[in-house]
Write a protein that binds this ligand. Structure first.
Ligand code: ZN
Length: 112
């Protein structure tokens, strides 16, 4: 029987992995921050839509900021923390599975 005692320098691999994970986490955090600054990323910059019917298609038209995968909206709710008519679209990325919230403002009379 061949002995399978050959050990890999596990520690080194672990360290490398951790370093990569940290880097990846940082990148993800950066992208998240960037998304939060853009349209729909926060209650301060909601995307205007004339009717709530368009929330889903607008939310799903946005690619995942982390992996450019497809976002799917599974729920939406009225944001009661603000006075404006804001809706929160709860999405999840098909690619990386990261949940994402997007803010929309119902603006029935958008000037053309
Ligand atoms: Zn993704």
């Amino acid at each position: 029987m061949a002995s399978k005692k050959k050990r890999k320098p596990k520690r080194v691999a672990q360290l490398a992995h951790r370093k990569l994970a940290n880097k990846e986490r940082k990148r993800t955090a950066d992208l998240d921050r960037l998304f939060a600054l853009g349209p729909g990323g926060s209650p301060q910059s909601p995307i205007p839509v004339p009717t709530p019917v368009l929330i889903q298609s607008s939310a799903e038209a946005m690619p995942c900021p982390l992996c450019a995968g497809r976002l799917r909206m599974h729920d939406d709710e009225i944001d009661r923390t603000t006075e404006a008519l804001l809706r929160i679209a709860h999405c999840k990325c098909d690619g990386c599975g990261v949940p994402r919230k997007m803010w929309f403002r119902i603006q029935p009379h958008v000037a053309n």
